[in-house]
Design a protein around this ligand. Structure first.
Ligand SMILES: [Zn+2]
Length: 376
């Protein structure tokens, strides 16, 4: 607890000294280094205490990482930021004449990526996120979820207080679901994402660039694995029976939030814009919509039973596409793709209905087909 208080106090004193948040700092550390105790003891899991990178959730029990490598502390970026702001240069006659010198110093420092600064307002940049760590949210999230899976079966024992109720259990269970949502959100930001690398005019290369299609596909595949396929490990029946939370609601809330983001006008427009500007690097809108659609209908390939969480997801997805199809005049490509997708879905449902055996799954598919009755 002392180390945790030290960590927060250091961050707040950083603000008092004039430092702003640096949400890019933690993204400069390769995920595998977050499991390397020697490296962590020397460098910490983030080069800045001014990031929101509270604790190292990537480290696994078998890595035997010490406290030094688990809790954020003042790092090399912070020392440099204080030097930048406060160091006195007696040979430079005025503050104005310090500007080109300091700009040169930043450029020199940037030979080491760990001195990177990114504004907390670069919200489209997946490297610049609150509560994330490491250089790849899919890899980091995979480890983070592994740790959450270790926590859930122990929560009852950890929150047990003799002669008390289940208030702590409720609070910590919500803590786990919130943390899981962070991992999902960190990955969702990759889709239609844009890197923003702040530069002065003396530095070469673009300030804004598209997140490469390979990473966006990796992100979509992660979302399929961890949210389109329902995270059943979260639904511990003993815990839910004690705190009275609703299993379908827990899953549906996360699934709906992700689909709202993946199929928002903002995301679709960003993907279309990226395609227009950087054809080869971009995730083409048509490919993106194809990939997303494939993940939605995996059961139909084998006519297998569609479980309740997947039925909820598919219903929400179809509703979302229907909503979009009514109102996409501003982005004509998205409109064309969505209308074609809806026709394809209708044909696929028609084909699957007579071959699917499970009764509830058949009702569900017929119901969705009914929703698409107006689609050619
Ligand atoms: Zn702060």
């Amino acid at each position: 607890m002392g180390e945790l208080i030290r960590s927060v106090a250091a961050h707040e004193v950083g603000h008092s000294l004039g430092l702003t948040h640096n949400f890019g700092a933690s993204s400069t550390v390769p995920v595998e280094k977050l499991r390397d105790n020697k490296w962590l003891e020397a460098n910490g899991h983030t080069p800045s205490i001014m990031d929101y990178a509270r604790f190292n959730y990537v480290a696994q029990p078998e890595d035997s990482v010490s406290e030094q490598g688990l809790i954020a502390r003042i790092g090399k970026y912070d020392l440099w930021a204080i030097e930048y702001g406060y160091r006195y240069y007696p040979d430079i006659p005025s503050a104005e004449k310090e500007i080109p010198f300091l700009n040169g110093a930043i450029i020199e420092k940037m030979k080491d990526q760990q001195f990177w600064f990114a504004s907390e307002f670069s919200t489209d940049d997946p490297r610049v996120q609150t509560e994330d760590i490491g250089d790849n949210a899919m890899k980091a999230g995979e480890y983070g979820i592994k740790n959450l899976k270790r926590i859930i079966p122990r929560l009852n024992a950890w929150t047990y207080v003799p002669n008390e109720g289940y208030k702590n259990l409720n609070q910590l269970y919500n803590g786990v679901t919130n943390q899981y949502d962070y991992y999902i959100n960190h990955v969702t930001t990759y889709i239609g994402g844009t890197y923003e690398t702040i530069k002065s005019s003396e530095q070469i290369g673009p300030v804004y660039s598209v997140v490469p299609a390979t990473l966006q596909k990796e992100a979509l595949s992660f979302l399929n694995k961890h949210i389109f396929q329902p995270p059943l490990w979260l639904l511990d029946t003993v815990i839910l029976a004690r705190i009275g939370q609703n299993a379908t609601q827990i899953i549906a809330q996360s699934q709906e939030r992700v689909l709202n983001s993946l199929l928002s006008y903002t995301t679709l427009t960003r993907l279309a814009e990226a395609e227009a500007l950087s054809e080869s690097r971009a995730y083409r809108l048509i490919n993106y919509m194809d990939d997303l659609d494939q993940y939605m209908w995996t059961e139909l390939a084998t006519y297998s039973t569609i479980g309740i969480y997947r039925r909820n997801l598919q219903r929400y997805y179809v509703d979302k596409l229907l909503d979009l199809s009514k109102n996409t005049t501003a982005f004509s490509d998205a409109d064309a793709i969505i209308k074609n997708k809806l026709s394809e879905i209708k044909a696929r449902l028609k084909k699957a209905i007579p071959k699917t055996k499970d009764a509830m799954s058949v009702y569900h598919l017929k119901y969705l087909e009914g929703k698409l009755s107006g689609i050619p």
